[in-house]
Design a protein around this ligand. Sequence first.
Ligand SMILES: Cc1cc2nc3c(=O)[nH]c(=O)nc-3n(C[C@H](O)[C@H](O)[C@H](O)COP(=O)(O)O)c2cc1C
Length: 322
Amino acid sequence: MLLTLTIGFDGVEIHGAHGYFIDQFLKDQVNDRTDKYGGSLENRYRFALEVVEAVVNEIGADRVGIKLSPFGGYLESGDSNPEALGLYMVESLNRYGILYCHAIEPGREKDVDIKERPQSLVPMRKAFKGTFIVGGGYNREDGNKALAENRADLVAYGHHFLANPDLPKRFELNALNNEDAQFTSPRRLRTDEIPQIVDEFRLAAKNAIEAGFDGVEIQGAHGYIVDQFLKDQVNDRTDRDGGSLENRCRFALEVVEALANEIGIRLSPFTDSYESGDSNPEALGLHMAESLNKYGILYCHVVEPRMKTVGELHETPQSCPH
Ligand SMILES: Cc1cc2nc3c(=O)[nH]c(=O)nc-3n(C[C@H](O)[C@H](O)[C@H](O)COP(=O)(O)O)c2cc1C
């Protein structure tokens, strides 16, 4: 945690929600331990509170928040009494004086409309002495209402931000229409949109270096956006970014060029995650490796052909072409 602050972050949010490690201790439907970390509420909370205490002692309570989802059941992490669980947690957290508690609305996973949720975060809000953030399924109107009714100090937004990077401005202008608010299906980028995406890679890398990272690895593997350009089984473009090897590698190399020297790139020519396979992975890998030489980047990180699908090993005659 100290390292996190050393590289420039303002603070840390401990992830105690959504079925991750800490949540697995908290919830009685998944914690079946019989030692001092299982059974009673107090025992199930021991681990979370030990983490909170350790982090607070390291970086100070005013830099620590926690995210909780007592009502959630992600990854089978449900609880038979989420009201008691949430309340117990915030009351225990008060001892440490942490900056904020960020709680996920009940029913979020099932997309139940906020107005129709029988359960509520209000008892947790009333019991917690620090800043209380709510999140999960909020739109502009619901968020303003939560603040006006003093059900929260702040509202967190997730998917609206993905569809609207200028969300605060849109909220200010009340310019978020319903269409924008939905997840849009993935679509082929228009050719004229591509330079902006390349520039966003550049900006993200610049931010990372300014925040203290030593370098940046471009994710060009495993079916993510760069890989989707590279592979002929998923890139069906007919413009300057589709078709020939040279065209399919153009986007990746533009990103590399925009980021300049202190970077590496990760490639997985042989894998087919998210349907991103290629009919000639040897040629693809080789073309990328040769093209990368002219940029003098730090390194190239290549995923083994035997790892065809992430997490699975396969016998294969192929090898990395470098
Ligand atoms: C595309 C997407 C991916 C997410 N991935 C994770 C994740 O990996 N782990 C996690 O705890 N929450 C994840 N979240 C949940 C967000 O952190 C946040 O709690 C949630 O989006 C807030 O609800 P809202 O999207 O309705 O505003 C994700 C949300 C979205 C939209």
